[in-house]
Design a protein around this ligand. Structure first.
Ligand code: PR8
Length: 465
């Protein structure tokens, strides 16, 4: 199946066939992580967790938020009220105060921030949690991409003395997310969302978007400067050095299981998954090709398994009953980065065949060189995957001269824009695409594609998930 032209079918199939997700759970927008998928998820989140742990402390807040707290921040409510699931009963009794299933945790956390933050010595405060959140999505739901139970919502929340310090944190968060996606070899475009489409309650929002195989963009993370908007609502103040009480300034930033869908979709090919070695649940599969009563290939397999396991590789010897071809096919579909084949002739010659999943080019290697060769090949696979992904991404981001060209492009179109909402909306209408945001790093003199005013701003638009 062609991944680019039949992406939807490819995606649905691979989630099932590679044992990642079972989508037959009988609640719309909620899915089951199967063991192989959950291992992949945990390896990816291990990287994210490590990056977060460098400067945040992990916490765990309750899932339920009392309605009175949830309804305090006007813009936040307006943004989320149509997406909230409510718990209104306990047993057969109506609850006095209905409880919201968190769609995100600002209104759960910030009443506690008020209790925790007393003086400037308590700042900055930086915490994160990885939890499930619930959003009653009305657009078409799709596993990992648009779900009603976000099972793996990494949300970080910080509080600072000044607006400028919070802005510094926004920049740090952008760097952290770049590092995360660089480790996964996932390309991204960083834009500042237009004012009318920022996170409800934020001063401004910065978004990470990647491009999926069908050319649609997927927002894979956001960073928000919250100013003192929530601090004013929840009365979060600190005493500064002069004894004055001031509101804190806050940021928050989030990533969901969309990061897993990006790894699956962007690196995979028509045969199935191709997992970067760092996050592959099985990094190396060893397939002994056994002749009737010759067990030596099996012995060598075990020897190699011991060797590689001692170096902390995640290894599997497939000694099942299937024919070698069927085994190759199975592990290719599951994206195992490296296959080692051992045939009867290999045994006598003390050599094996290496087959990297991305190129499928076979290569003979002497047994006593195996460890170095495997280490080298793993690095190469990772590099190739990242390079291939970025190459394709760059081919799909294009500066456009006019609206017609922008409308036709598959991927992201860049256009000069004056910054006004009217012109932004007009661009969306005329191109039938969504406004992602302003490419802050790209400033050059031009004229707004709609009104002709001079501008240095560039807007990115695309069809998005
Ligand atoms: C915040 N508050 O909430 P955000 N399915 C899968 N992924 C999703 C979905 C969904 N239905 N909705 C959003 N995401 C802030 C930041 C705490 C943390 C993913 O921000 O609403 C998107 O990738 O922008 C989105 O960028 C990210 O969660 C954060 O959600």
């Amino acid at each position: 199946m062609n991944k680019d032209s039949e992406f939807s079918e490819w995606y649905t199939n691979i989630l099932f066939e590679a044992d990642l997700i079972d989508s037959r759970y009988p609640v719309k927008g909620m899915y089951v992580w199967r063991p192989y998928g959950f291992k992949l998820r945990n390896l990816i989140y291990g990287i994210l967790r490590k990056i977060m742990d460098e400067e945040h402390e992990e916490v765990l807040f309750p899932l339920l938020i009392p309605k009175n707290e949830f309804m305090k921040e006007a813009e936040h409510i307006r943004g989320f009220e149509n997406e909230v699931f409510w718990v209104t009963r306990g047993g057969s009794e109506e609850l006095d105060v209905p409880l919201a299933l968190r769609p995100t945790s600002e209104t759960a956390m910030y009443p506690m921030f008020k209790l925790w933050i007393r003086s400037h010595a308590d700042l900055p405060l930086k915490i994160y949690q990885i939890v499930n959140t619930f959003r009653y999505e009305t657009k078409h739901t799709r596993p990992l991409i648009r779900v009603r139970e976000i099972t793996s919502f990494k949300e970080a929340h910080t509080a600072h003395a000044t607006w400028e310090e919070a802005e510094e944190q926004v920049k740090r968060a952008i760097e952290m997310y770049k590092k995360f996606y660089d480790e996964l070899g996932i390309p991204y475009l960083v834009t500042k969302r237009p004012d009318w489409d920022k996170f409800p309650g934020a001063d401004y929002t910065v978004a990470f978007d990647t491009i999926m195989p069908n050319g649609k963009t997927l927002q894979i993370g956001t960073v928000h400067h919250l100013g003192d908007n929530f601090a004013r609502t929840f009365d979060i103040k600190y005493e500064d050095e002069n004894g004055e009480h001031r509101f804190v300034h806050q940021t928050c930033y989030g990533i969901s299981e969309r990061c897993v869908s990006a790894v699956i979709s962007i690196h995979g090919d028509s045969r199935g998954l191709i997992l970067p070695p760092k996050v592959a649940p099985i990094q190396i599969v060893i397939v002994p090709i056994l002749m009737s009563d010759d067990e030596r290939a099996m012995e060598v397999s075990r020897e190699i398994e011991r060797l590689l396991t001692s170096k902390d590789y995640r290894v599997l010897v497939d000694n099942g009953e299937e024919r070698p071809g069927a085994k190759f096919y199975k592990w290719e579909r599951k994206g195992v980065p490296l296959r080692i084949e051992i045939g009867p002739r290999d045994v006598s010659e003390r050599r094996v065949t290496l087959v990297p999943r991305d190129t499928l080019q076979k290569r003979g290697v002497a047994l006593d060189k195996l460890l170095e060769e495997v280490e080298q090949e793993m690095k190469e696979i990772e590099k190739r995957l990242s390079q291939r992904a970025w190459k394709k991404f760059r081919e799909r981001v294009r500066k456009c001269e006019d609206l017609k060209e922008a409308r036709e492009i598959v991927g992201v179109a860049l256009l000069p824009w004056c910054g006004e909402e009217d012109c932004g909306k007009k661009i969306e209408e005329e191109t039938a695409k969504d406004l992602l945001g302003e490419v802050v790093e790209l400033r050059e003199r031009s004229r707004c594609i709609i009104c002709g005013r001079e501008t240095e701003r560039t807007i990115a638009i695309a069809k998005s998930f």
